[in-house]
Write a protein that binds this ligand. Structure first.
Ligand code: NAD
Length: 488
């Protein structure tokens, strides 16, 4: 059985306890993971604090930090295959996607490597003739990064890369589900030449590890990705220390198709939007909002494609839909579909777990046209389940799309340019994809509104968010200070 270790202060150790990790494709235990409890969390935060204060990191030039990040990017690219294999083995995400995604994760490290020495302060044209005032951008401090199990290498890169570019130090808590790729990433990071303690990687459970980390009095910022319920705990935890927070949460993203859309292209994008990664994606386009003029034709084509998707072992390059990461997600899907059925929704295809070993759930489409209150329209499945609504007018499409407490992503398919612009303005979401879906880049910010959280990851702003501004005042006059009882 494979054994993994945690990474604290530049050293590898077993953690206070060990826990089993199951292969989602077979249900059998394949590895033992280090379980961090409060002693490990405290050690990791102490290591991050020591590294933050030590001259090796605090005194390093931004250009030198960038060079280390470039080295890390190269190492991630060189080790992409092993990282992809581990992510597939431990989370069930198909090898086709993990291979492509991890190769691209290297580009996130490269982007922030280049940004490290472009995080500039400013000189202010201050309204006092005998003063010079500058703004310095300084690292925010010790960052607690907490990630969920899906796409951990990607979701941690969008936190680690900008945080290190800005000069922070990081304690990364990998998810207790599928942590293998993050613990292997720690081994790769160790070869890049960063001073010990700049990044620490632990894993463990919510109450004993995540809560201890996010409420730790030495933590300055909490960067969290996960579900809204956990996010509420995290915000309460961080309030203890008044640490700042950024939250990337779930979604119930609308995928709107107008009658003038290129149907084949929209069907393919919808397949990608909800069935890729078995629907375990925060940006999953899980609510199809379709024009009544093409609803039947669109659903016929979509169902054909959904039923011909290749379901299989996640390590087979031919597989298109693999298992869900945990058995619990199957139970959630079954319960939500039963409740939606009771509310009048109609399952068009799929709808029940596959009768085989592992956590397999087939592509599922549910028509909710007669069931506007079906729970499948409001609850995130985190599985390959698409709910369908239809509309007669553009105004109705927009109203249905915005009828959600989430606000992460959205997709619009139309060839009408002016309508596309109106939709872009009207959609309440952090991302609007027009005639495409599920596209990301280190250059573009990513994040949402409402229950989808706040803060943005990716792009220049994200690096700035890991800095705090210091205003420095310098008096240039040698004359005595005038009236000391009047504020200058
Ligand atoms: P989760 O919220 O259950 O867990 C996320 C992380 O929080 C895990 O590491 C977990 O151990 C930790 N945690 C649990 N309790 C905690 C506590 N009390 N204090 C601190 N940390 C705690 O999420 P999940 O089920 O692992 O992942 C699925 C969720 O993540 C979905 O809602 C999905 O939409 C969301 N997600 C969002 C994005 C995004 O970028 N917006 C990306 C991927 C996933």
């Amino acid at each position: 059985m494979q054994q993994f270790q945690q990474y604290i202060g530049g050293g590898f150790s077993d953690g206070s306890a060990r826990f089993e990790s199951r292969d989602p494709a077979t249900g059998s235990v394949w590895a033992m993971m280090p379980e961090a409890k409060s002693a490990d969390v405290n050690a990791a935060v102490d290591a991050a604090e020591a590294a933050f204060l030590a001259p090796e990191w605090a005194g390093m030039t931004a250009t030198a930090r960038g060079k280390l990040l470039y080295r890390l990017a190269d190492l991630v690219a060189e080790n992409a295959q092993i990282l992809a294999q581990l992510e597939t083995r431990d989370t069930g995400k198909i090898i086709r996607e993990t291979s492509a995604q991890i190769a691209y994760v290297a580009e996130y490290y490269r982007y922030y490597a280049g940004l490290a020495d472009k995080i500039e302060g400013a000189h202010l044209p201050i309204d006092k003739p005998d003063m010079e005032v500058w703004l310095r951008r300084e690292p925010v401090g010790i960052v607690a990064a907490v990630v969920p199990w899906n796409s951990q290498l990607f979701l941690s890169a969008v936190k680690i890369a900008p945080a290190l570019a800005a000069g922070c130090t990081v304690v990364l808590k990998a998810s207790e589900d599928g942590p293998a790729p993050m613990l292997e990433f720690a081994r790769i990071f160790d070869q890049a030449g960063f001073p010990a303690g700049v990044l620490n990687v632990i894993t463990g459970f919510g109450p004993e590890c995540g809560a201890v980390l996010t409420s730790h009095p030495k933590v300055d910022h909490v960067a969290f990705t996960g579900g809204p319920d956990t996010a509420r705990h995290v915000v309460r935890n961080s309030a203890e220390n008044l640490a700042s927070t950024s939250l990337e949460l779930g979604g119930k993203s609308p995928f709107i198709v107008f009658e003038d859309a290129d149907i084949e292209s929209a069907v393919n994008a919808q397949i990608s939007g909800i069935f890729a990664a078995s629907g375990q994606s925060c940006v999953a386009g899980s609510r199809l909002i379709i024009s009544n003029k093409i609803k039947d034709a669109f659903l016929t084509r979509l169902t054909e494609k959904a039923e011909s998707v290749v379901i299989g072992s996640p390590d087979d390059m031919a597989t298109e839909v693999g298992p869900l990461c945990t058995e619990g997600q199957i139970r959630t899907a079954v319960d939500l579909i039963a409740a939606s059925d009771a509310a009048g929704a109609k399952v068009i295809t799929g709808g029940a777990p596959l009768d085989r070993d592992g956590n397999y759930f087939p592509p599922t489409v549910i028509d909710c046209s007669e069931a506007p209150n079906a729970p499948c329209l409001t609850n995130e499945f985190f599985g390959p389940v698409l709910s369908v609504l239809s509309f007669d007018s553009e105004a109705e499409a927009l109203q249905l799309a915005n009828d959600t407490k989430f606000g992460l992503a959205s997709g619009v398919f139309t060839k009408d340019l002016t309508r596309a612009h109106r939709m872009m303005r009207g959609l309440r979401a952090g991302i609007v994809w027009v005639n495409t879906y599920r596209a990301v880049s280190p250059i573009a910010p990513f994040g949402g509104h409402g229950l989808s959280g706040y803060g943005r990851e990716g792009g220049l702003q994200s690096a700035l968010d890991y800095t705090k501004v210091k205003a420095v005042w310098l008096r240039t006059s040698d004359d005595p200070i005038p009236d000391p009882f009047v504020m200058r």
